[in-house]
Write a protein that binds this ligand. Structure first.
Ligand code: FHN
Length: 600
């Protein structure tokens, strides 16, 4: 009997703005999806090198040079003399952000070095006081953002301030710091400076804090954080606050969005707003020694992947001391902007679809309910035979077309039950990521939990995409740099099942991969389709293999074996289960099963 009845069919009606835990304040944020981060300050003049010595840390975070290379305050401030004031023009950053399709900007108003980029009365350690040019970069940027309709966010390092000796510097982990002294810093620098920023520069849309650990692990108190939050709510009620304030969203639902780790991309769909801060290479501040540049495709992939899980991406630039950008950054921003000009409707105002975003090997899906319900297919791996398979959507498409095709010429497709096969053009329609739109009249229905047919016309049934693992055997992660695949060790018996949709009836070949470290058959593999036993085989000895040549690590050999074939007479959803039995404990490790139509 087919499993159709037992599948959960959800009536999927979410639009982006119904990300359920989004406050009214944050609606623009989840709508805009893509922002610019700017790391610029005294460190930009050092360019990641101090007195001929490169930065003392492999992470290449050039904005940390004062701390890393142990630079004294009086020498550090001299970096301001290098600034090329004639060329520094924050409006250019705003125009660049616009060109790149970024909708908001966050500037490091004060980074960990404690240096304020505005005319601060609360601390002399600021850009206005220390140069004869009397420039207020926060003001210039705020004016330019206003002029060009871009929302402004300000990064403020509240926790760490290397310049203020009452504040936190990681050296305090050794020598300690008096909490009362820290509170003096808080009351006399943090609160007054935040008041200035929230009072003198018009509308501030985000205050972006950067305490990447929870407050309980350091000197900052919950009371201090609440004081700060209260101040922001009072002075700018619409301003968003990120979780690096030091309070998690779970602990305080009044925090507006979660900031993931640096360059940490989303893994799961979340209902509250979240964001990844990301670099184009490694460093945030300008670093002359930068060479590992991400490709435009990988940055787009990060943006699309996050949006497909309801997240944002804030991509960083680290301008030089004359405000300019390196060619590598400019090139990528321009390319991303060009892509968004054509494909932006799959990003702005779009969000997660109710299918696990990892099921299709060709790319990611985003969703939007505008005039019509639209599913956006982002094809990153172009299928060589130009057939695109979409698994898990029950509703019949009304129309499918390429987003880059202005005439919206319909593409032909076949839709069967929960499976849509699309005839793509003969070549990718975009250099980086080609986007296709499926339109539905009604809210598209989803069938969750199916393993999608992949571009080889097969189904990879593994320990990530199963429907049920009966005895909950512990899943061993990939080890040895991924040389040993994800697996389970059999102590006696395990039953695993998956659901697949067969669109092409016929004979399917079944292969499975395992390691058996005994020299005998000591267990069986039995495959059931629906409730009927269809294959029975034994675990054969697999021996060992060399993990890495000449490095003397010999590992269990996970070998793929053909275990049989099964005729599927009709299209439909099938329940496939595998019963694994071992007569000895922890000798057999099982990894995955592969099912593929026999095309001979
Ligand atoms: O230490 C900072 C780093 O310099 C940079 O500003 C990043 C941006 O997310 N935040 C901290 C590390 O996570």
């Amino acid at each position: 009997m087919r499993y159709i009845l037992s599948l959960i069919i959800s009536f999927f009606s979410l639009t982006l703005v119904s990300q359920s835990n989004t406050s009214d304040r944050a609606k623009w944020f989840v709508d805009q999806r893509f922002g610019m981060f700017i790391h610029w300050g005294l460190y930009s003049s050092a360019e990641g090198v101090w007195k001929g010595e490169n930065l003392r840390n492999n992470n290449q975070y050039a904005e940390w040079i004062q701390y890393r290379n142990r630079i004294s305050d009086d020498q550090y401030i001299k970096l301001i003399d290098k600034f090329n004031w004639e060329k520094i023009d924050p409006e250019k950053w705003v125009l660049l952000a616009k060109e790149a399709g970024m909708k908001y900007i966050t500037l490091t108003a004060k980074h960990h070095d404690g240096f304020a980029l505005w005319n601060s009365k609360a601390s002399e350690f600021n850009i206005y006081e220390n140069s004869k040019k009397r420039r207020d970069i926060v003001k210039e940027l705020a004016d330019a953002c206003k002029k060009h309709g871009i929302k402004l966010g300000l990064y403020y390092s509240h926790w760490i301030d290397w310049n203020d000796k009452r504040s936190w510097d990681h050296t305090n982990e050794i020598y300690g710091l008096d909490p009362d002294l820290y509170d003096d810093y808080w009351q006399e620098k943090v609160i007054p400076q935040m008041t200035e920023l929230l009072t003198n520069y018009g509308e501030i849309s985000i205050i972006w804090f950067d305490m990447w650990i929870h407050h309980s692990k350091t000197i900052v108190t919950k009371e201090q954080l609440f004081q700060l939050k209260k101040l922001i709510r009072k002075l700018q009620p619409k301003c968003l606050i990120n979780s690096r304030l030091g309070l998690s969203i779970e602990e305080d639902s009044d925090v507006d969005f979660r900031t993931l780790g640096d360059n940490q991309l989303g893994k799961e769909k979340l209902e509250y707003p979240w964001q990844t801060p990301a670099t184009i290479a490694n460093s945030w501040g300008f670093n002359a020694n930068e060479y590992r540049w991400k490709s435009t495709t990988s940055i787009l992939k990060a943006l699309i992947g996050n949006v497909s899980l309801n997240g944002n991406l804030m991509l960083n630039i680290g301008p030089r001391y004359d405000g300019s950008l390196r060619y590598e950054s400019l090139l990528r921003l321009n390319e991303i902007g060009d892509w968004l000009k054509v494909n932006g409707s799959s990003i702005y105002g779009a969000g997660a679809y109710d299918l696990n975003s990892d099921i299709h090997d060709w790319g990611k899906i985003t969703y939007k309910n505008e005039d019509k319900h639209k599913i956006y297919l982002h094809v990153i791996n172009w299928p060589i035979d130009n057939n695109l398979f979409v698994t898990g959507i029950k509703s019949k498409p009304v129309k499918i077309y390429s987003l880059s095709d202005k005439s919206r010429e319909p593409l032909s497709f076949i839709h069967k039950d929960v499976f849509t096969k699309i005839d793509l053009p003969n070549n990718p329609v975009d250099k980086y990521v080609s986007v296709f739109v499926i339109e539905y009249d009604e809210k598209p229905l989803v069938v969750k939990g199916l393993v999608a047919k992949n571009f080889e016309r097969g189904y990879s049934l593994n320990l990530q995409n199963y429907h049920m693992l009966k005895n909950n055997t512990r899943i061993n992660k990939k080890t040895k740099y991924g040389t040993i695949p994800e697996n389970i060790n059999l102590s006696s018996e395990e039953v695993i099942n998956w659901k697949i949709f067969i669109d092409e009836p016929g004979k399917y070949l079944f292969d499975t991969s395992y390691s058996n470290q005994s020299d005998k058959d000591i267990g069986d593999i039995v495959v059931f389709v629906e409730d009927k036993q269809v294959i029975k085989g034994n675990f054969k000895p697999t021996g060992k293999t060399v993990g890495e040549p000449l490095q003397d690590w010999h590992i269990k050999n996970f070998k793929s074996h053909r275990i049989g074939e099964v005729e599927f007479k009709n299209p439909g959803i099938y329940d496939i289960s595998i019963h694994l039995r071992s007569r000895k404990k922890n000798i057999i490790s099982w990894s995955w099963m592969w099912i593929k139509l026999d095309e001979n």
